[in-house]
Write a protein of this length. Structure first.
Length: 169
């Protein structure tokens, strides 16, 4: 089973897109950190609480040494927040894929030999696992790019390629 570690930006966008039910229906183990959860607004945390209570979302806490590791990573890459660095340490700890749309975090995590995935990968997996229809994915991708997260900067060509493919499904 694929283990995924969710960064705040992905969780926030999934909440805004109202895609949490489809996301958590996928056959994956979902994790995030207590530091990332604390970064979310109350209403976002409330929507995630149901998935925590059913065991679909695991909140990872850290040992003293792991907190030191987080601070060392932040010292190495000051552009990253403590929460970002907690996602890296968590992904290393659970041997999981890091889900993020933060370009600085993506590049840094990749340099640490982590597998990093983003919004397009998530939509692909939801279609693949039939928790979301291709038609809905096309609509949600447009909503993501045009309303929810206009600064996301998803590659235009990759989006167009996905949309063309999804239309054939």
């Amino acid at each position: 089973m694929i283990v995924v570690v969710n960064d705040a930006n992905v969780l926030i966008d999934l909440v805004k897109l109202q895609l949490l039910p489809a996301f958590f229906k996928m056959n994956m183990a979902f994790q995030t950190t207590d530091l990332i959860l604390a970064e979310l607004h109350d209403e976002q945390r409330e929507q995630l609480r149901a998935y925590q209570e059913t065991g679909r979302l695991t909140i990872v806490t850290f040992t003293g040494q792991e907190l030191v590791d987080i601070f060392l990573l932040q010292a190495e890459k000051p552009q990253l927040s403590q929460q970002d660095c907690s996602a890296v340490v968590c992904a290393q700890k659970v041997n999981g894929n890091l889900l993020t749309s933060d370009n600085n975090l993506r590049k840094f995590a990749t340099s640490k030999k982590l597998t990093v995935c983003g919004h397009l990968w998530i939509l692909d997996r939801m279609i693949e696992q039939q928790t979301l229809t291709a038609t809905t994915a096309i609509l949600k991708l447009a909503e993501l790019r045009e309303k929810v997260n206009t600064r996301l900067g998803l590659p235009q060509h990759e989006c167009e390629t996905r949309i063309a493919y999804w239309k054939t499904l």
